[in-house]
Ligand binder design. Structure first.
Ligand SMILES: *Cc1c(COP(=O)(O)O)cnc(C)c1O
Length: 415
């Protein structure tokens, strides 16, 4: 069938529907390197202007760190631009194996396999290691890429209520006839900054002879005293069977991901995981820079310590100003506004004040849970945070929401 005028009109109607529902995503164009200070063009066509970035996953400020950029240049010179191959044909260099060894040592796991992204890691691992005799029992709020990866596996799928370990235990009791029971969770949940109780989850796994899968994309590099991740934070190093994570957030923010964990599971992924077998190698330039990142993080906790300090300050001051934030300790700090329109207006006003933040609302978060998700970085200096706080105070005052909790905001603005 040709791409007829009727077909074009039908797609245009789909797009118009997305716009009418207020769900059309407009991208903001950055004219600089990713950093605390960026220049952003928004709306499209306006000239770019300087703003402070408070919505990146650049937790450790490594996205354009001179040491990382230098290592990337050196990698490009030494190992070229591309490999033009998947790993198992002719796409594995010494630096790829080096990175897998470094990540295993850093995460304190037995072995690691790189993927083009964490989405690819999640797309490949469940199908590679589970069969129809097995069951996956997942937290209801796991990342979309985990949901997709589970769909590709023949194992049975079950879910438990978000962070409800009694519910998880019921599901474990109901599935004792299965060969493998795999508990599936994010280490840190990206919308709320909730931290999974991995200690209790590992205890349940021991009690019911289950395995544990954790996606630690929002934790690797800074959670725990040495920044190893949620498993360190919860005191369960060595007890996570399958850990996936990304190089695209705290670890320099380029791209790439991995499955790390039990030796045999990693080897099975090398033999069977389709995104590994049928998609290109992580480029040498990224691999070389990631080696440097892991080396830096293994040598010093300076950056994760600064991130922790920045986060404590940001959370404390936002509360003092009178904003309603979700309690916690993670550098994801959601400023709760509940009403979707209010969240969009506050984000727009913040941008006018020189602070780059984004409103999140349904379907990205549940209905009536609209918010601005601020994200703190070790790349923020005190003056960045203070400027962000002053802007929130000014914009909060304008909308009359300072000192208000959920009840008052919902009464005033509706849901
Ligand atoms: C960001 C994220 C991913 C995707 O990582 P990519 O490497 O960008 O594909 C997967 N899982 C979780 C929990 C994430 O937050």
């Amino acid at each position: 069938m040709a791409y007829s005028e009727a077909r074009r009109a039908a797609y245009q109607a789909d797009l118009a529907g997305i716009r009418e529902a207020g769900l059309f995503k407009e991208e903001r164009i950055i004219h600089t390197a990713q950093s605390a200070d960026v220049e952003v063009e928004f709306p499209a066509g306006e000239s770019a202007r300087p703003v402070i970035n408070m919505c990146a996953n650049n937790y450790l400020g490594l996205s354009s760190h001179p040491e990382v950029v230098k290592a990337a240049h050196a990698g490009l010179d030494a190992r070229g631009y591309g490999l033009s191959s998947v790993r198992f044909i002719c796409g594995t260099q010494d630096i790829h194996r080096e990175l897998e060894h470094r990540i295993s040592a850093f995460l304190e796991t037995e072995d690691t396999i790189l993927f083009g992204s964490c989405l690819d890691a999640n797309a490949g691992v469940f199908e590679a290691v589970l069969t129809e005799q097995d069951i996956m029992i997942a937290d209801r709020l796991v990342h979309a890429s985990i949901v997709d990866g589970m769909r590709l596996s023949k194992a049975q799928q079950e879910t438990y209520k978000h962070m409800d370990l009694e519910h998880l235990e019921e599901k474990l009791q109901e599935s004792q006839d299965k060969r493998i029971r795999l508990i599936v969770t994010d280490g840190v949940f990206s919308m709320d900054g909730d931290i999974a109780e991995l200690d209790k989850i590992c205890d349940l796994a021991d009690k019911y002879d289950a395995l544990v899968f954790v996606d630690d994309s929002h934790a690797t590099g800074f959670m725990g005293k040495r920044g190893k991740g949620t498993h360190e934070h919860c005191g369960v190093l060595g007890r996570i069977d399958i850990l996936t994570t990304t190089l695209g957030k705290a670890l320099g923010g380029a791209s790439g991901g991995c499955v790390s964990g039990r030796r045999e599971i990693v080897e099975l992924c090398r033999q069977k995981a389709r995104p590994y077998l049928f998609s290109n190698t992580v480029p040498p330039v990224i691999t070389a820079a990631a080696n440097r990142v892991i080396q830096i993080l293994s040598e010093t906790t300076e950056r994760r310590d600064k991130l922790e300090e920045n986060t404590l300050y940001w959370r404390r001051r936002l509360k003092e100003i009178g904003l309603d934030i979700r309690e916690g300790s993670h550098p994801i700090v959601p400023v709760m506004l509940y009403n979707a329109k209010l969240a969009q207006e506050v984000a727009r006003d913040m941008f006018a004040e020189g602070i780059f933040v984004v409103g999140f609302f349904f379907p990205v978060v549940a209905k009536g849970q609209a918010r601005i998700r601020t994200q703190i970085s070790a790349g923020h200096e005190r003056h960045h945070l203070d400027k962000g706080l002053a802007a929130f105070e000014k914009v909060g005052k304008k909308h009359g929401i300072l000192g208000m909790g959920k009840k008052e905001i919902v009464e005033k603005f509706g849901l």
